[in-house]
Design a protein around this ligand. Structure first.
Ligand SMILES: NC(=O)c1ccc[n+]([C@@H]2O[C@H](COP(=O)([O-])OP(=O)(O)OC[C@H]3O[C@@H](n4cnc5c(N)ncnc54)[C@H](OP(=O)(O)O)[C@@H]3O)[C@@H](O)[C@H]2O)c1
Length: 348
């Protein structure tokens, strides 16, 4: 792999985009050449100012055509909403794209999008890679890698436990925390597309293990606040939703082989109390022979709390993949195509 500086564009500067933008400014393996924003208050601001760094000379713009016209190696695409047509325009214009929204792997759900991306990538002679912590890492490449430590697999369970009281985020409102159970069930399911999207990661693991996807099933349970819970964005009132557990199960050969558990909680003062403790973490439990588990968590902060690093890791998983995505043959790239990713510029 070459040691050149990769010319990059940061597309959107939300919680994920700000982390990658800062990384691009600070990592000598990258040269920041453009920043696309939607927020009018950010337009015209220097990229450095958006992330509390010295000026870079690159100004944020909301002019999509100006971004398309830029000469760049790669776009880190991290807006709030998926826009496959826009990603295809970027690819056809000759820019590689790394996207935190996926798609991550070809399934019945993603097939049409993957085909569209593949055609645009071939037209532009570039590559596309869908990335993120989950989906994109902790439920696919990580267990896939660790299955090499096994003699026989009976079941794999992947847990994402996010204590939103320690690490508040936009997802608190998005997921309906603070609503009564009736209000939550009357609203459209905010995770409607989550199961098939996480299902792409699950399908990747099954494909890697040489098995067919038979079925994907879902369970959802909620926990209610025992007392009012204050957080920086407001208050979760007693009796309203303070915790949610999503469980998705991938079946093969009549057995539940792979389970994903998403526990999003506003602290611990809720009923039922799932006994998760206060620490945000990712955990993978391997059942079979031998049995073992792996936990990934942030080191404690100044207050002794363990923040949720999922958002930061999503940005960094995108940024660290860029050199290899740029240097790869054109097309849609999964973890199977990328192999062992070799990050650049991290030792500095
Ligand atoms: N795979 C994973 O593990 C993973 C993990 C976390 C997030 N994600 C995905 O990554 C993306 C970014 O997440 P985030 O936490 O950074 O979200 P976020 O904080 O809500 O930021 C998204 C940014 O998108 C731009 N935006 C706002 N409204 C928009 C609209 N209507 N259409 C298009 N863009 C809009 C804004 O950019 P400006 O402020 O620059 O105008 C906003 O700051 C999301 O799609 C999320 O689902 C994936």
């Amino acid at each position: 792999m070459s040691q050149k500086s990769y010319r990059v564009i940061q597309w959107a500067t939300g919680t994920v985009g700000k982390v990658s933008l800062r990384h691009f400014i600070e990592n000598p393996a990258f040269e920041l050449v453009g920043v696309l924003v939607t927020n009018p208050e950010k337009v015209g601001k220097d990229a450095g100012e958006l992330v509390d760094l010295p000026p870079t000379g690159v100004l944020a713009t909301n002019d999509v055509e100006a971004i398309i016209a830029l000469d760049a190696d790669c776009v880190l695409f991290a807006p709030m909403l998926q826009d496959i047509d826009m990603v295809c325009r970027l690819l056809s214009s000759g820019k590689n794209v790394v996207s935190t929204i996926g798609p991550f792997f070809t399934t019945d759900f993603s097939k049409a999008e993957v085909e569209q991306l593949e055609a645009a990538a071939q037209e532009g002679g570039v590559s596309f890679h869908g990335c993120g912590i989950h989906p994109g890492f902790i439920g696919d490449i990580m267990p896939m890698t660790l299955t090499r430590l096994m003699d026989r697999i009976d079941r794999i369970q992947v847990f994402e436990i996010a204590n939103k009281l320690v690490s508040p985020s936009v997802y608190i409102e998005f997921m309906g925390f603070g609503l009564t159970p009736e209000e939550l069930s009357a609203r459209p399911n905010c995770m409607e597309y989550a199961m098939p999207t996480f299902g792409e990661s699950m399908a990747m693991v099954l494909a890697g293990l040489g098995k067919q996807v038979e079925n994907l099933t879902e369970k959802h349970e909620i926990a209610l606040a025992r007392n009012d819970i204050a957080y920086p964005g407001g208050v979760i009132r007693a009796g309203t939703v303070a915790g949610q557990h999503w469980e998705w199960t991938m079946w093969t050969e009549g057995k539940p082989l792979l389970l994903y558990h998403l526990y999003y909680v506003m602290g611990e003062d809720m009923e039922p109390n799932w006994g998760l403790g206060a620490t945000s973490r990712h955990r993978i439990v391997f059942e079979g022979n031998p049995e073992f588990e792996m936990t990934l968590t942030a080191s404690p902060d100044a207050e002794g709390k363990h923040p949720f690093l999922g958002i930061i890791w999503t940005a960094l998983l995108g940024a660290t993949a860029i050199p290899q995505v740029c240097d790869a043959k054109p097309g849609v790239l999964t973890h199977f195509d990328l192999g062992v990713v070799r990050p650049q510029g991290l030792i500095r």
